[in-house]
Write a protein that binds this ligand. Structure first.
Ligand code: ZN
Length: 175
């Protein structure tokens, strides 16, 4: 009789310890999983996620631009007119991509840089969409879409790295 009672208690405690989790709990866990794994893997190792996982940790606008190669409208993003000193990280995986020192006013309405913080941080792909030949830029760590690079930038490189604000996370120097 006592054993039956104990088994009943055990069964009951297992039932109450595994409640259904609300959706927002799952989202925070997914975000934490990206951060923990990112920290453990180091910044040079690739991150691969399913699109469902990315959808859970990014805002709808970030998901559209970073994962579906979207483009924000010119002069609407957060950083095209940002002149603060600091670093620009990938909004998806937080790899450092660009420095404020290499940012310039291109007049395009998108954040523009004449070089990445290091060339290994961005990967170039041929982009033949929209009846044009362009060079697409993706983050080398998580393969998220950033923007394009054009050959009409200032010296010394002559390049214009034209990046969506939504693909970036700005960290002010000293913070
Ligand atoms: Zn990234």
């Amino acid at each position: 009789m006592m054993i039956c009672f104990c088994l009943f208690l055990l069964h009951f405690s297992l039932q109450v310890s595994t409640p259904q989790e609300p959706q927002n709990r799952v989202d925070r866990r997914a975000q934490a999983m990206v951060n923990v794994e990112g920290g453990r893997k180091g910044m040079d190792e690739k991150i691969s996620r399913t699109e469902d996982e990315w959808r859970r940790v990014l805002t709808p606008e970030q998901f559209y631009i970073l994962r579906q190669k979207g483009t924000e409208r010119a002069f609407t993003g957060e950083y095209w007119n940002n002149h603060d000193d600091g670093s620009y990280l990938c909004a998806a995986c937080e790899q450092e991509l660009f420095e404020a020192d290499h940012k310039y006013d291109s007049g395009s309405g998108w954040p523009s840089f004449w070089k990445p913080v290091r060339k290994e941080a961005v990967t170039e792909h041929d982009d033949l969409s929209l009846f044009m030949r362009r060079v697409e830029l993706v983050c080398s760590r998580c393969d998220s879409h950033l923007g394009h690079v054009f050959e009409d930038g200032p010296e010394p490189t002559g390049l214009r790295y034209c990046i969506n604000s939504a693909s970036l996370k700005f960290v002010k120097r000293g913070k």
